[in-house]
Design a protein around this ligand. Sequence first.
Ligand code: FAD
Length: 473
Amino acid sequence: EVSALWMRRDLRLTDNRAMHEMQRWVEAEEDRQWFLVFHLDPHFYEYSCPHHDYFFQNLEKFRKECDDQHIQLYFLHGSADEAFTYLKEKVPALTHLFFNEDEAPQAARRDEQVLKEMQQRSVETHAYKDAHFHRSDEVKKKDGGLYSVYTPYYRAWRQLEKEQPFECRLGRIISQQARLDLPQKAAYNKLSSYLNNNGKTWERTAEKDGRERLETFVEEIAPEYHETNNALSSDGTSRLSAYLKTGRLSVRTIYQALSEQLEEGNPGAEAFVSELAWRDYYNMIHATRPELKNTELKEAYRYLPWEYDEKRLERWKEGRTGYPIVDACMRQLNEIGWMHNRGRMIAASFLTKDYLIDWREGERYFAERLIDYDPSSNAGGWQWAASTGTDAVPYFRVFSPVRQSERFDPQGDYIREYVPELHRVPKKYIHTPWKMNEQQQKEYGCILGQDYPKPDVDHAVQRKKAIEMFKGE
Ligand code: FAD
């Protein structure tokens, strides 16, 4: 008997649930064999964007990490069901397929197809919960229904026991690794040509980088997280999202690393865990309401008359709206493929409530640019900011970009870091450079309309328009 471990968004050799289960299965009988496989989806390799580039660079690093331990990672390409049918033809001895499940609707549909195909060909399939603490159907109300409001969801979530990390040591079963006659050239060429032709080189793509960042976070940041996590200019959040996205780090390992602080009732660690629970919450919403990504969850807001303005949309994408805080956020995204959570809320609110542009445009742009792009958290975040989601910000509580800027970047350090045109502008004008007179513009080296744009919308006017749009007036 031979089993395959299908690697997906779980690129790690430690604390990997499906890997652990496959290892146990192999160890049960001496003549059992195993191998690792990754399926390259054309949707990814035919279209380059930072999110795909980052993922593939992690994959390539993972392949090398496997190599270092004498583990061969085999590649398949083409549509998922074709690829796995081909695998079974080439490896007739294949009898078991292990993998970690993905509840996001698109992935779940693909998995269903593959499983059907495999089962028809007498391959037993074994899927495990791994990417999240709890599956979408695990956190339920007393009456068995699902939560649609976060706070009570979190209360129930917090009560549930959390799993310990799973031990993985493929080295122990290396002698049972199957050597396959599976042509690799075509698939591997796809990956190498993608890697050679696309994008910038991302740093910190190794499994150990995730663990190192976790250590720094737990020691230096977590205890104060509740006080630092909204400050735009400080390193006050975990920055673990991209490691979670690629699976370089598991949620169990993170939880375990925080267990001491949690036992002591540390408010920073508690606040952090409540953020992590949002990830499970949006996974649950997306798994049970697949329309999350494209359709307003609040029915009353399904036909809002959004204004499509290509020029404004471009200005928002490039970070040239004339509102320094919004521009700093968007430039952070464009530069480093990550944006602070507070920044995501400010930028999303600005697009939808100041520019009155459809949230789906913003969701798509984030999906391309974020290296931590997660279909559930992204769509959830956008529907939250657009006031159209299940537990969203009410439409009449419109974020003021100036007020947000003053509160969360009081000295303007974050703005100056990402908007160099404003580098010399003092604190007094950093949130509202349009208030500088000509003399001041000259003095601070920032001529409005020339070095830095004047805002093309008035927040007070747009806020009123947004509220009227939601009211249907
Ligand atoms: P920390 O503050 O350290 O939080 C720890 C972890 O908790 C994060 O890594 C993340 O896994 C989870 N988390 C925190 N806040 C949220 C949240 N609101 N929703 C879901 N999970 C959360 N997160 C993504 O991982 N991918 C996305 O594509 C994504 N798109 C977003 C779009 C919008 C419009 C908004 C408002 C939020 C989005 N988020 C997304 C959530 C959040 O902004 C990021 O998870 C967070 O900024 C990542 O940085 P961090 O790891 O330092 O977060």
